[in-house]
Design a protein around this ligand. Structure first.
Ligand SMILES: [Zn+2]
Length: 323
């Protein structure tokens, strides 16, 4: 087994990725056990230093399950993946987890909105005990930001935001080559920027949040049909509202690239991105933000596992900024 080499001066404290000096953009060494926690599926894999997904197992997220039943389904996948190591001649040195938010302050417990059986569930500790690996959890949108900066549409870019527009709307921001964490680890959660003053009531309690207007859940509530059946008018309205939020972020943070994943955005495709780009062009006019682009994420179905692996590698200090 190869071991990751921490960056000079970086600390290794896998309980809290914020305590490391880890960044993005160069390949780590070693292999990561990658765990993606989603509302519809659990997926576990081994991801190589190159970003290649070597092995993967998935199952539907158990419905109406309690916390221990959910953990049992997850650890069964973990055991299957770890059992494949000997035959492959690789050994995981870290476990990285991407999970739906919100996160706890210490990145220790999870309360994914779409998984009701886990509320304040100590997933990091339980997985660490089960795998005997240093284990780190982060928000799935932040994990995607790491993945897209490592190997995807933002490769080589030091300042960008990654977004997920699916059931909900989330995001992660990389500035100066560093993923932003924030006080509670939720930095970049673009879903609660106001895009329609006095608009629809959001799950957070405010009105007119991006998530309340442009998420798959909201589109279904507005139109009475799944987002996949949305009309051209709804697709373009959704793109416009995403673009409105993106323009504010670009103007605020001096960045020129936003990468978007998620079933709603990617399912809507070109008309969605064109509407978003037109709104950005109209609202990001100040010189440093003018020319900001919104593009689809490029890692596809591998993005969540690569992102989870990146969360793990980041904690080891083995994702480093090169420019
Ligand atoms: Zn909100």
């Amino acid at each position: 087994m190869r071991s990751a080499t921490p960056a000079p001066g970086s600390r290794i404290d896998c309980a809290d990725p914020r305590t490391t000096d880890s960044q993005v953009h160069t390949s780590p060494s070693g292999v990561a056990l990658a765990v993606d926690i989603g509302g519809t599926k659990f997926e576990v894999g081994l991801v190589a230093a190159s970003g290649e997904v070597i092995v993967r197992r998935r199952c539907a997220t158990p419905a109406n399950a309690d916390g221990e039943q959910l953990l049992s389904a997850l650890t069964q996948l973990v055991d299957e993946v770890l059992a494949a190591q000997a035959g492959l001649g690789v050994w995981a040195e870290v476990c990285g987890v991407g999970s739906g938010g919100p996160m706890s302050t210490a990145h220790d417990s999870v309360s994914p909105i779409n998984i009701r059986g886990w509320r304040g569930f100590p997933l990091r500790r339980r997985l660490a005990e089960h795998t005997e690996l240093p284990t780190v959890i982060d928000n799935d949108a932040k994990a995607l930001a790491l993945a897209e900066g490592w190997l995807g549409s933002a490769a080589g870019v030091r300042d960008y935001m990654a977004m997920v527009v699916s059931t909900g709307v989330g995001g992660g921001i990389v500035l100066d080559g560093r993923l932003l964490d924030g006080a509670d680890g939720n930095a970049g959660h673009v879903g609660h920027i106001c895009v329609v003053p006095d608009g629809r009531l959001c799950g957070c309690g405010a009105y007119g949040c991006l998530e309340a207007e442009a998420s798959g859940t909201s589109i279904a509530a507005i139109t009475g049909a799944p987002a996949a059946e949305a009309s051209r008018v709804v697709v373009e309205r959704t793109g416009l509202l995403i673009g409105r939020a993106v323009s504010s972020v670009a103007n605020l943070l001096d960045l020129k690239l936003v990468v978007v994943a998620g079933s709603v955005a990617l399912g809507f495709g070109a008309p969605f991105f064109a509407a978003a780009q037109a709104e950005i062009d109209a609202r990001s006019r100040i010189e440093f933000a003018a020319g900001a682009r919104i593009v689809p994420a490029s890692l596809g179905a591998d993005g969540p596992l690569i992102g989870a692996a990146a969360v793990g590698f980041r904690s080891l200090g083995s994702l480093l900024s090169t420019p």
